[in-house]
Design a protein around this ligand. Sequence first.
Ligand SMILES: NC(=O)c1ccc[n+]([C@@H]2O[C@H](COP(=O)([O-])OP(=O)(O)OC[C@H]3O[C@@H](n4cnc5c(N)ncnc54)[C@H](OP(=O)(O)O)[C@@H]3O)[C@@H](O)[C@H]2O)c1
Length: 336
Amino acid sequence: MRCYVLSAPGTIDGLHLVERPDPTPGPRQVLVRVRATSLNYRDLITVEGKYARAAPKPDLIPLSDGAGEVVAVGPGVTRLAVGDRVAGCFMQKWIGGEIDATAQASAMGGAIDGMLTELAVLEEDGAVVLPTHLGFEQGATLPCAAVTAWNALVEIGRIKAGDTVLVQGSGGVSIFALQFARMFGARVIATSSSAAKAERLKAMGAEAVIDYRATPDWDQEALRLTGGRGADIVVEVGGAGTLPRSFLAARLGGRIAVIGLLTGPSQVDPMPILRRNLRVQGLYVGSRQMFEAMNRAIAAGGLEPVIDRIFPFAEAKEAYRHLKGQGHFGKVVIAH
Ligand SMILES: NC(=O)c1ccc[n+]([C@@H]2O[C@H](COP(=O)([O-])OP(=O)(O)OC[C@H]3O[C@@H](n4cnc5c(N)ncnc54)[C@H](OP(=O)(O)O)[C@@H]3O)[C@@H](O)[C@H]2O)c1
């Protein structure tokens, strides 16, 4: 099989396309012919050697996200069968309940090999069947960004109709959060640095879009747009540079799902958390049970993931460069 390996973290050119022997599934594992993968910001900073978690394993096969068909099963497999259309779970060993160290140590494309390969062995407990209306390219967008957005809104946010959700920017997580929020009957306020992307966010149901560059105190604008109340849920992907304003944009007793680190360091003042009785919760993607619940909602609502661009497998490095440029809207996909 052909796969990419990260032989020298530091730049995108540290990725190399190599030949490796075809893998065989062990007990309770399945072999998947990967048809599509998708990129997340984490994949970019992994190849650039800037990912804050433990250093990637040597000669890592990158990418957490991929979808394909099961072409062989190992001994004892009961959940899946040859021919099933599946996506891998971001963490191969987080079925449900709270995250633990075993789950964390099973994150694909980081702690263990990922999906930028023609053939991948997955735990049978670490894969989900795709919603029938989605193709492989769409299915490949789900494991990280969509599950993260679902966890933020449903598990942490306890979203309900009429809530106001604040999403930041137009990347993978934020667009899924917008789509899920609308599915639940919530109002969405978005931020974006691009007027063209703002129009697209509005077309997808964002009630208002604040330009976070032209309006650096976008938290005040979010308060104004909610009649001074603030957002019920903030899907916080910006990190240190946006967190202080997210505190101020949330309502009293609001929930902040702390997800991302797109922006640089700053001092975080705990006072707004205390004064505004905020619930601030970090999260790391989500479990297989969350993925399955999300897929049921995606199927029921007919949700279509937003794909910005699809690159061929041979041009995977171009896909990384495209993501780095931040011109994308939604997900960047590699078709195999
Ligand atoms: N904790 C977890 O489990 C988890 C899971 C998934 C992702 N993440 C993190 O979440 C973040 C987003 O990931 P992603 O894959 O969705 O990224 P992405 O697709 O690369 O998103 C990039 C977009 O973020 C927006 N952005 C950049 N700086 C911003 C700022 N200061 N304020 C608001 N928006 C800003 C930009 O939108 P505009 O062009 O519209 O301005 C940009 O296009 C990353 O830090 C990633 O590591 C964490």
